[in-house]
Ligand binder design. Structure first.
Ligand code: C2E
Ligand code: MG
Ligand code: MG
Length: 686
């Protein structure tokens, strides 16, 4: 270990000699000496000894006391005084000069040694403490934390400048009173903070920690995290507690954002399914405590939304969903919850309803709100929806059950044509089971070919002759009798069974038209309906070609009907398939025209041959002039596009007369004939 060096400042040279000898004896190095204050300062600065021995009454421009102070303050070197006097004044002076010791002359070596040893030790400890304090201060500053230090005995608290600054206060503001802190804390968080403080002070927690909102001087709240530790006496009683406070507002906001996003729909900002089910479950629990406290759940599905998406694009579809979300909110009270479950499905929790009529009134209000026209891309439309309603009763225990039944009721509303609401009743349950049974029965029907094809005549208005027929399937159900397509086509589509069924229809229709052609009606054709699933079947064109080949049937004997929704789903694909069919010689008709969202000019891009105007337009013809104008416009536009026009659903003479006056190409409807079994149709042909 290096020897400690000591500087001697004294003007009595005999004394200096004596001290120097003693020091060397003790194993110290004498760094140097000076006999005047200013010289001592200068030399100490150069030599940097570990300690200075200074005579209190040192002479010079600068006296011993002043020199000692400068040496300590400027160079951080401890000073031990030497004095021939031990009176109170001398002692006080030494203390004021921050001396590390006082050796009284004449000294004893023992006294000198103990003074120097203690001074060096004390100074060393101070340096270490200072370093660690500096390190701590640095760390705190780097962490940007505010510091508090609470004297529990006096109940005084120190807040660091940063602590105050964080809350918008200057260093001289705020008293050293813990209440200055507590009163800034958000009322809802204050109890928690105090509880956490108390349990740490009682020794129940290893450290104190709490997150709370605290008011900034601007009046706004920020989120803070405070951590601290109590210092305890021998009995374990805390007498001091200190800690930090950091601003965690950014983190809290990010957490809140994440928590919000997890339970909300990004597009509309509405609660999502998770949050909806959660609120619904809470609502059920609430009702358990008060059985007279009724509520209702609605399931809402937009009518023909897929068509908007398919024909006008997702951007327009999204726009519509946002509009609908806003309109729904307008119809409800703040306590109600409206949620977007997925796609175009919304769920509503009507928090308080007296009875069914209350819920029905809300449904009517929604219907009214939605009805307002909205601009979708270039078109104006009034959105409509199908709504299922379920009233809570004590048989329900889970949110899922309520939502499921509201969903079933919605399906009923949709099946009735949409734009209406239906109240759930238990019969609807049975129908879900029915649906499963239907699937099984359909499979059997495919195997046993329980199908019957009816043909509905299509008549040319120019010649008045029967030129073709539409093939329409019926199901010969062993128990329920002859079933119309609307009872099973959707289920067949959903299960994929439509593929074998569709192929059966096509074969049967081709065989039939071949027979009619051979019986003396050479130009006769038959039109077959193609569902979405069939149209998407990559093998469709191949299958059609193969059937025609097998039958030895010219391709102009077969037409295919697809709806607008199918055509616009994938523009490129539709064009490709239609071109392939045209190359084969099989023409495509656009069925039910006018029920979708596309304009004729949009349809221009498809290589279509025939347009079938939907029966709803035809049946409205005589009701008002506007519909007549619409039909006139459709016919003339179709003609300009080179399309053949077929009017469907002609039931009345005046409808026929009108269509004739507009030079519609051909007509189909009950007025001329209902769809007929093949044998009856053959009779009609003759
Ligand atoms: P669609 O293709 O629009 O067929 C016309 C529907 O209108 C037929 O109903 C027909 O009976 C009915 N109809 C004909 N004239 C009149 C009339 O003057 N007034 C009224 N109110 N209705 C009339 P149907 O046979 O019940 O078929 C319904 C739908 O089922 C068809 O509509 C078609 O989309 C579908 N469909 C029928 N057969 C098949 C098939 O083999 N395959 C596929 N995928 N769908 C089929
Ligand atoms: Mg059709
Ligand atoms: Mg049709």
């Amino acid at each position: 270990m290096a020897k400690e060096s000591i500087f001697i400042a004294a003007d009595d040279s005999a004394m200096v000699k004596q001290i120097a000898a003693a020091l060397e004896n003790m194993g110290y190095v004498v760094a140097g000496q000076a006999d005047r204050g200013e010289v001592a300062i200068q030399k100490v600065e150069e030599m940097r000894p570990d300690l200075t021995l200074m005579e209190i009454r040192l002479q010079g421009r600068i006296n011993g006391i002043e020199a000692a102070k400068r040496i300590h303050d400027n160079f951080g070197i401890p000073v031990v005084f030497v004095s021939a006097h031990a009176d109170t004044l001398t002692l006080k002076t030494a203390i004021l000069a921050q001396a590390y010791g006082l050796v009284i002359q004449p000294f004893e070596a023992r006294d000198l040694k103990s003074n120097i040893t203690m001074a060096l030790y004390k100074h060393g400890m101070e340096r270490k403490l200072r370093e660690s304090e500096e390190r701590y201060a640095l760390a705190v500053r780097a962490a940007n934390d505010g510091i508090w230090d609470w004297n529990l005995k006096t109940n005084e608290i120190y807040y660091s400048a940063r602590w105050k600054e964080m809350l918008g206060y200057r260093e001289n503001e705020l008293d050293s009173d813990p209440n200055e802190w507590f009163k800034l804390i958000h009322l809802e968080d204050r109890k928690q903070l105090q509880a956490n403080l108390v349990s740490h002070l009682k020794g129940l927690t290893p450290h104190f920690e709490c997150e709370y909102r605290i008011r900034h001087s601007s009046g706004e709240y920020l989120w803070a995290l405070s951590r601290g530790l109590a210092v305890r006496d021998a009995n374990g009683i805390a007498y001091r507690m200190a800690g930090s406070q950091s601003d965690i507002t950014a983190r809290k906001l990010a957490e809140e954002r994440l928590a919000h996003d997890a339970v909300h729909d990004a597009l509309t900002g509405l609660p999502n399914r998770v949050l909806f089910l959660d609120r619904l479950q809470n609502r059920i629990e609430r009702t358990k405590r008060n059985p007279n406290d009724l509520f209702a759940v609605m399931f809402l599905d937009l009518d023909r939304f897929k068509l908007v998406n398919d024909s006008l694009g997702h951007v327009v579809g999204d726009q519509l969903l946002i509009t609908v979300a806003k309109r729904l909110q307008k119809c409800l009270r703040p306590e109600d919850t409206v949620s977007r479950l997925s796609g175009d499905e919304f769920a509503i929790l009507l928090d308080v309803v007296k009875d069914v009529n209350d819920a029905r009134r809300v449904a009517e209000r929604i219907k009214g709100q939605l009805k307002t026209t909205t601009t979708l891309g270039a078109v104006e439309r009034s959105p409509t929806a199908s709504i299922g309603i379920v009233m809570f009763n004590k048989d329900y225990t889970t949110a899922g059950e309520l939502l499921r039944d509201a969903d079933s009721a919605m399906y009923y509303a949709k099946a009735q044509g949409g734009n209406q609401h239906q109240l759930f009743d238990n019969a609807m349950h049975i129908s879900a089971i029915e649906l499963i049974r239907l699937e099984g029965e359909l499979k059997r029907a495919v195997e046993r070919k329980e199908w019957l094809i009816h043909y509905q005549p299509i008549i040319s208005l120019a010649s008045g002759r029967l030129i073709g027929a539409e093939a329409l399937i019926r199901w010969m159900h062993p128990i329920r009798g002859l079933l119309p397509p609307q009872d099973f086509i959707q289920a067949a589509e959903d299960t994929g069974l439509i593929l074998p069924i569709g192929e059966y229809v096509m074969r049967a229709a081709c065989a039939q038209v071949k027979a009619w052609r051979e019986a003396g009606h050479p130009g006769f054709w038959v039109s077959v309906n193609i569902s979405a699933r069939q149209f998407q079947d990559k093998n469709l064109v191949g299958k059609v070609a193969q059937i025609l080949l097998e039958m030895g049937l010219p391709s102009d004997a077969l037409r295919l009907e697809i709806t607008e929704g199918i055509a616009v789903r994938d523009r490129e694909y539709t064009i490709k398939i239609m071109n392939e069919l045209n190359a084969l010689g099989v023409h495509t008709s656009l069925d039910d025209f006018g029920t979708g969202y596309s304009s004729l000019s949009y349809l221009k891009q498809f290589p279509l041959k025939v347009l079938k105007i939907d029966q709803s337009f035809i049946q409205d013809i005589h009701l008002n002039r506007k519909n007549e104008t619409l039909v006139t416009a459709i016919i003339s536009m179709a003609r300009s596009l080179g399309l053949e026009v077929v009017a469907e659903g002609v039931e009345k003479d005046e409808q026929l007369a009108f269509l004739r006056s507009q030079f519609c190409d051909s007509v189909q409807g009950y007025l001329l004939s209902h769809p007929l079994p093949g044998t009856e149709f053959t009779r009609l042909l003759r």
